[in-house]
Design a binder for this molecule. Sequence first.
Ligand code: ZN
Length: 159
Amino acid sequence: MHQHLGSCASCRREWELWQNIAARFQHTPLVAPPAGFARRVETRLARRASLRRGALGGTVLLAGSVTLWSLVALGAFVSLLTWLTVDTAAASTLVSLAVHLAQTAAPLASLLEALLNSVRHAPVQIVLVIISAVLLVASTAWGQLVLYDRRASAHASQP
Ligand SMILES: [Zn+2]
């Protein structure tokens, strides 16, 4: 390299430039990061990882429970169907039970109908205000829950 630098002016200029830069860095004091920088970065990384784990865990839990309960419901439905086709007396008992249940629930159903009717005949503005209020309360509660959860996990990841 030194032989080539002796004969090539353009490479020599480049080499001198790099030497110059190296010398400048050698005489500049090294700037240290502010106190606690590494610890803060590590804390932030750990918090982000735990948040991601939490979201993933929630999704997995939800999907798992939905799948499980769907399977349970399907199994119950299939066994009920099988039982009814095998045992006809049980089928007629079940039908009379359903009729009895419907008769018992009739006052409840009429109450619900009256409530729905009153909502239907209420002025649209009142219904809209009530729905908006319910949505506002629900979203506020949800926001508080998320904030609380975030604060709790931030507190947990602090050393
Ligand atoms: Zn050269």
